[in-house]
Write a protein of this length. Sequence first.
Lengths: 81, 81
Amino acid sequence: MNNRENNKHRTTVSIYGQQYTVVGQEDPAHVKEVARIVNDQMREIKRRNPYLDTTRLAVLTAVNVVSEYKKAEAEQRNKDS
Amino acid sequence: MNNRENNKHRTTVSIYGQQYTVVGQEDPAHVKEVARIVNDQMREIKRRNPYLDTTRLAVLTAVNVVSEYKKAEAEQRNKDS
């Protein structure tokens, strides 16, 4: 292993029945927590919209997460000012 | 239109070549900004990983967004404490 690879982790997670290997400097515990959140959100959206195909489900999961993030960010800005 | 529907918006956005109609109390400008962010992230991840199919691409976009969100949240907690 060379220096450049020394601080890289390979973490394999399962999301909605598929395996993903994440390579990077992220702590494996962080990657696993993130995967669990995405997996849970996909299952929740699927429960409410059983007709959705997996691609649209994954896109809507990303949309939900970004939406929550932007709202939290705006709230934080209001608190800070 | 009845009262229950009065404060609901229908916003149609295009993400990665597919149309999505978002129904809810969100401001259409918020929904459009969120869609633009997801679309841009999907195109960026696809540029770096051209072999990815659209489902895996969308799942990895959700993973990226949640990962950034959790890191920003942790940073904010450190600032607050």
